[in-house]
Design a protein around this ligand. Sequence first.
Ligand code: CAA
Length: 258
Amino acid sequence: MEFIKLVVEGPLAVITIDRPKALNALNRQVLTELEQAVGQVAVDGALRALIITGGGEKAFVAGADIAEMAAMSTAEALSFGELGHRVLDSLEALSIPVIAAVNGFALGGGCELALACDFIYASEKAKFGLPEVTLAVIPGFGGTQRLTRIVGRARAKELIFTGDMIDAVKAKELGLALDVLPAAELLAHAKKIAGTIAKRGPLAVTRAKRAIDGGADVALEAGNQLEREAFAALFGTADQKEGMAAFLAKRPAEFKKA
Ligand code: CAA
């Protein structure tokens, strides 16, 4: 892979979008490589969390590649949008938690990439935005949908209709970024949180992710039903027996994802 780096550090994987000359812009090749990397993470049963970040000093990802999109026909744009959606859906569907470490510009498709992660930490230098209307298009990789679900309709409309960028502090205020870190501490912080998650019961973390995501767009009773089923199913796992036995014996638990 030319533009995607996938590094595995024990139970954690780090994907770096690494095309700094174009501020890590997403062209077809980058998206295809990202899909491949996400596929590798999906089948690696030893991984417990994934972090996504951008290569270079300036950008997380400054958007879909404008040079590649400029001459696209409607049919080509449909196919490009489908590729982007498919890759971000596959990321969102991973069974392990995915953390976006936003180290600079997260614009357009880059902001949409971060929105497809479970949560976002931002460096003080991060800038978020959906500037597509400045190019006379709209967000094409899920931004109108995922941003709205996080910040609400009116704020999503304000950001998308103006195309203006917001800084990391404002992104935190809107609930888009969870925390703002000095640039030098961003990745270490994301790894620390991912490391904590890695110590927890892995099947339970996955079930919690599925219950939260599966319940987000359904009626409360349907969401609660998902939770009841997941809670009960976990009692059929060896890890649940281990977790509770370890607590009662006052010793650390050793989970086996079983
Ligand atoms: N696509 C292609 N190339 C890009 C790019 C993008 N999204 N963003 C930056 N680049 C390239 C620039 O063309 C430039 O290349 P050259 O050195 O070859 O000229 C290089 O990256 C560095 O960029 P700048 O010189 O512009 O850097 P800057 O610091 O002056 O500005 C910036 C930084 C404000 C992020 C500016 O680059 C910018 O506005 N980028 C475009 C942001 C954008 O509009 N993103 C949305 C794209 S549309 C989209 O994403 C659709 C969708 O939803 C799927």
